[in-house]
Design a protein around this ligand. Structure first.
Ligand SMILES: [Ca+2]
Ligand SMILES: [Ca+2]
Ligand SMILES: [Ca+2]
Ligand SMILES: [Ca+2]
Length: 187
């Protein structure tokens, strides 16, 4: 009997650990919601990612860190994301605003490119807790059109597991939807 309890206890622990990691991602809320890692040559804004706040809380992103495989960008002070709002982190803000003159909710420059063959992107809060991570790829099950054909990678729903390629689609719009609702979103 004791043995069974111990096993249940251990199973319980394992579940708790697993749940905690996904719960902390959800409770911190911010989601990597769109990725432009390889622009088409006619619409080359250089690389960017879009963050989304799906919670009903205002979240302060000041001093949060965006990590690529080899590089880190520190989000500036006074970066506040209201509920249901988006912000774009861009590699090159002047090129970005040339291509997307009507998009104002961006910050940069993060100054490094996102790899054309996939890369691990991670977001950490100011206490160094990981908030979200996506290791995108340019092969199935990831949509492949975002690899230089014009569309971006768009998350279909901010509450889907964005670690999975199947949760993403190529945007319906050339250049994607930086700073606004994804074109493939059902909402
Ligand atoms: Ca790139
Ligand atoms: Ca590629
Ligand atoms: Ca996630
Ligand atoms: Ca978008």
């Amino acid at each position: 009997m004791k043995k069974i309890f111990l096993i249940l206890f251990l199973l319980g622990c394992e579940n708790t650990i697993t749940d905690n990691s996904s719960d902390s991602a959800i409770s911190d809320g911010i989601v990597i919601n769109e990725i432009n890692y390889n622009s088409s040559s006619d619409l080359d804004s250089e690389d960017w990612i879009e963050l989304y706040n799906p919670t009903n809380q205002t979240i302060d992103l000041s001093m949060w860190e965006f990590h690529g495989d080899d590089d880190v960008f520190i989000i500036p002070e006074n970066t506040i994301l209201l509920p249901n709002q988006y912000v774009v982190l861009c590699e090159n803000s002047s090129l970005f605003s040339e291509i997307f003159p009507s998009v104002n909710n961006f910050i940069g420059d993060f100054g490094f490119g996102l790899k054309g063959g996939g890369e691990l992107l991670r977001l950490f809060d100011s206490s160094d807790l990981m908030v979200d991570e996506v290791e995108y790829d340019d092969i199935t099950p990831w949509p492949i059109a975002p690899d230089g054909q014009g569309p971006t990678l768009e998350l279909m729903d901010p509450f889907l597991d964005n670690a999975l390629g199947n949760s993403w689609e190529a945007s319906n719009i050339n250049g994607g939807t930086p700073g606004g609702m994804n074109s493939v979103s059902n909402e």
